[in-house]
Design a protein around this ligand. Structure first.
Ligand code: G1P
Length: 300
């Protein structure tokens, strides 16, 4: 099976769910403790073996490209001052054999359209797709890496899913795996996929998380896909069409996910990382305990 070397990361969204924080800076650049959210997603791709990351972006979001580019002035000042560790934190973000490139999405026509904008980068090969609102954390191997293993063993495209409460199915693509849904860390064939169904019409509560390993054949299908939910070209609709040609599997994640496109998800991601970061863990734990005991309550 052909190795997966490329990852597409769509970053052209307007970030309306996290306004006003995302008015002047891309939501993907909002920090989670000490790194912007996008850096976690790029690191996740790189640690799964990806060699080329394609950012699908738009005007006004250049800060994302700049973040992964060299910054000569800053680097020379840090070098002169002998701040080696800080210097490494800005120069060693990705290994030397990993390339980060970008392409523009000129109109907000949906996730399917964004993916199509990067078709020239992966015309003949499978690719990973990571939606950067969602941060994933796991013990040991990442879920993306494990899902890649399932792809390499089965040859079937993979869509990462997790179970969500019935009242939230309308926020996600939903996978129907019939009577044999996958266990955590396992994959199972998908019978049907539907984008954001009302709870009464949802075939399951297996929600698409925002990580995919897809075959190149999805690109010509996307070119023919008509606007669907929200009048946007939906990737889920193209995947549903792909299912009539080849199998797709749902990989059920075993780690935890945080939707940084929502206020609560973003806050929880910061707490999750902060409670594990060597510089913040002890202080944060102590502060959370004090807050629970109300000693940090503000008084008028
Ligand atoms: C997109 C996908 C949806 C998926 C979701 C995960 O929706 O279309 O299938 O479940 O990401 O975050 P969006 O959140 O961009 O509306």
């Amino acid at each position: 099976m052909q190795a997966v070397r490329k990852a597409l990361i769509p970053v052209a969204g307007l970030g309306t769910r996290v306004l006003p924080a995302s008015k002047a800076i891309p939501k993907e650049m909002l920090p989670v403790v000490d790194k912007p959210a996008i850096q976690y997603v790029v690191e996740e791709a790189v640690s799964a073996g990806i060699k080329q990351v394609v950012l699908i972006t738009r005007s006004g979001k250049e800060a994302i490209e700049n973040h992964f580019d060299a910054h000569f002035e800053l680097e020379s000042v840090l070098a002169q001052k002998g701040k080696t560790r800080t210097l490494e934190s800005v120069t060693d973000m990705v290994p030397e054999d990993v390339e980060i490139v970008s392409v523009r999405q000129d109109q907000p026509r949906g996730l399917g359209h964004a993916v199509l904008c990067a078709r020239h980068f992966c015309e003949d090969e499978p690719f990973a797709l990571l939606l950067p609102d969602v941060l994933l954390f796991a013990q040991g191997d990442s879920d993306l890496r494990r899902m890649m293993g399932h792809y390499l063993r089965s040859g079937a495209g993979q869509v990462m899913v997790e179970t969500v409460p019935a009242e939230r199915v309308q926020q996600y693509g939903i996978a129907d795996c019939g009577s044999a849904p996958p266990d955590a860390h396992a994959s199972a064939p998908i019978a049907a996929l539907v984008e954001k169904p009302p709870p009464a019409r949802a075939p399951s509560n297996l929600a698409v998380v925002g990580r995919y390993i897809l075959p190149p054949q999805v690109m010509p299908i996307l070119q023919r896909t008509q606007p669907g939910t929200d009048n946007e070209i939906q990737l889920t609709d193209a995947l549903a069409a792909l299912l009539s040609d080849q199998p797709l599997h749902a990989y059920r994640m075993g780690g935890c996910s945080f939707d940084c496109g929502s206020k609560l998800g973003y806050l929880l991601a910061n707490l999750y990382v902060g409670l594990r970061h060597s510089e913040t863990a002890a202080g944060l734990k102590a502060a959370l305990t004090s807050m629970q005991n109300s000693s940090l309550q503000c008084t008028d």
